[in-house]
Design a protein around this ligand. Sequence first.
Ligand SMILES: C[S@@+](CC[C@H](N)C(=O)[O-])C[C@H]1O[C@@H](n2cnc3c(N)ncnc32)[C@H](O)[C@@H]1O
Length: 225
Amino acid sequence: MKREKIYPDSGVELSPFVLKNYDKVINTASFGLYKGFIHKAIRHMEIRPDDDILDLGCGTGRNAELMLAYLNEKGSVTGMDLSEIMGDQFNERFKDDKRATFIQSRIDEEFDLNKKFDKVFISFVIHGFPHEVRKTVIENARNHLKPGGAFIILDFGEFKLNEIPAFHRFVFKTIECKYAFDYVERDWKEILKTFGFDDFNEDFYFKKYVRLLKANIPGPKKPGN
Ligand SMILES: C[S@@+](CC[C@H](N)C(=O)[O-])C[C@H]1O[C@@H](n2cnc3c(N)ncnc32)[C@H](O)[C@@H]1O
């Protein structure tokens, strides 16, 4: 039976096989480079020990586990994902850690968790939506941040597809979904400014093809941030 997708061209709505084996698939597809990269990126989030973090499209909880290593008993990670298969892996991973919570939900529709977070994180999800839908995701993130909080996007960087080396373009266009093609060509700081984010920090990986973009909202920063 053909799997129904919410967005037909999305590459982040994964098949049951990939959902069940996601971490292994990523390790293999990245030739083992993913582990070192994701440790570095999570370190660059500058997590404070008592942060409350919302992870949109959290997957198996692999990123959440790295974040929890920076948190004390007051900190928390709430993962949201539409996939029950991801939820099962997340809940199994954190069955003995009360600081982690999974919520099975779409992130591309308006939601209200009745809680504000220090950081809202989204890793390799937002590029996979049509642009109008990305705006709802940003709105959801913005509405769930405490004053002084940060929306942190780990995803592709910004580049013009016709300006990168032909082989890189070929690989990108072969493995990535159509929505990613316009994602990389947009000015994300300008877009995020229209949602009230006023200050940005960036870290780059893999020759700037991947970026951790921290978009901050006005308000008192926690000590050390
Ligand atoms: C490419 S994976 C990234 C997983 C995780 N963020 C990571 O970096 O390991 C994309 C994730 O987004 C989830 N996803 C896709 N569309 C979604 C939606 N509309 N609402 C919530 N989660 C969604 C998928 O189930 C999957 O877990």
